[in-house]
Design a protein around this ligand. Structure first.
Ligand SMILES: [Zn+2]
Length: 262
């Protein structure tokens, strides 16, 4: 690239990376070359490459996972197109859609996972052991790295080998993290429940048991993230243990008092 100024270099680098994705040369789900390689290909410095990668990550086309590299998440800017579309739906509708995606991904993962997928899932499950809640959707551990916050769940979508599911999931996650929904969602699965649930999901995926993968994921998503309203209603209203129900009631009271103070 024959480029002179810094901003031209930045623009050209961004265009170069985006073209790789939109043309499919870098497929969704694929890991992109490492920074030094990209720097060599584009003839710009590593910091310019890093900046371009960040800006594509911010619109949902790329995602950087610590220790694993940067992956193509979507051939289109999900956080703009898909998020604008999803913004027309209620939180209940979006959460129900997220449930459908998680369950389908778990089943597909049990059918299509590779040894590498299992190794990555095992590592993620081990890393998330210390969390007090399932960090799905980044609703907890907000100070932690955002890519870390949904690593286990995200990796299931990698293992499912379905680009459309993975792309839609990115959009859903962005939408559920939107400021207007933030106060209405609660992570109510404890760290111990998360570990037990994730272990069961992982075991089912690993053994290729697609029926148990579905059951394990259904059980998990029905109590990991729930909608809490000021009227003590919780969606989805599915079977939970008394302890889980108590935590939901506590979260509900918390929301009610937050709303009355606002
Ligand atoms: Zn989880």
């Amino acid at each position: 690239m024959a480029i002179t100024t810094g901003s031209e270099r930045a623009r050209a680098t961004l265009a170069f990376l985006r073209r790789k994705i939109t043309t499919g040369e870098w497929a969704v789900g694929e890991r992109i070359p490492i920074e030094p390689e990209l720097s060599e290909q584009t003839g710009v410095g590593r910091s310019t490459v890093r900046e371009a990668v960040r800006s594509l990550a911010s619109i949902g086309m790329l995602e950087t996972l610590p220790g694993r590299g940067t992956f193509v998440r979507s051939a289109a800017p999900t956080s703009t197109l898909l998020n604008e579309y999803l913004a027309d739906f209620t939180l209940e509708e979006i959460l129900s859609y997220r449930r459908a995606l998680e369950v389908e991904a778990a089943q597909q993962a049990a059918l299509h996972r590779t040894d590498d997928d299992i190794a990555a899932l095992e590592q993620a499950a081990a890393t998330e052991m210390g969390c007090t809640r399932c960090p799905v959707l980044g609703l907890v551990n907000e100070d932690a790295d955002s890519a870390f916050s949904s690593r286990f769940h995200r990796l299931i979508f990698d293992a499912a080998k379905n680009r459309l599911l993975a792309s839609l999931y990115s959009g859903i996650n962005d939408q559920l993290r939107a400021p207007e929904h933030r106060g209405r969602l609660a992570n109510v699965a404890t760290g111990a429940e998360m570990e037990r649930d994730h272990a069961r999901i992982l075991a089912a995926i690993k053994s290729g048991d697609f029926i148990d993968a579905v059951h394990a994921m259904v059980n998990h998503v029905d109590h990991d993230v729930v909608i809490v309203t000021a009227q003590h209603e919780v969606v989805p209203p599915l079977a939970r243990t008394p302890e889980q129900q108590q935590r939901i009631a506590n979260a509900s009271e918390h929301t009610a008092s937050a709303l009355s103070e606002a």
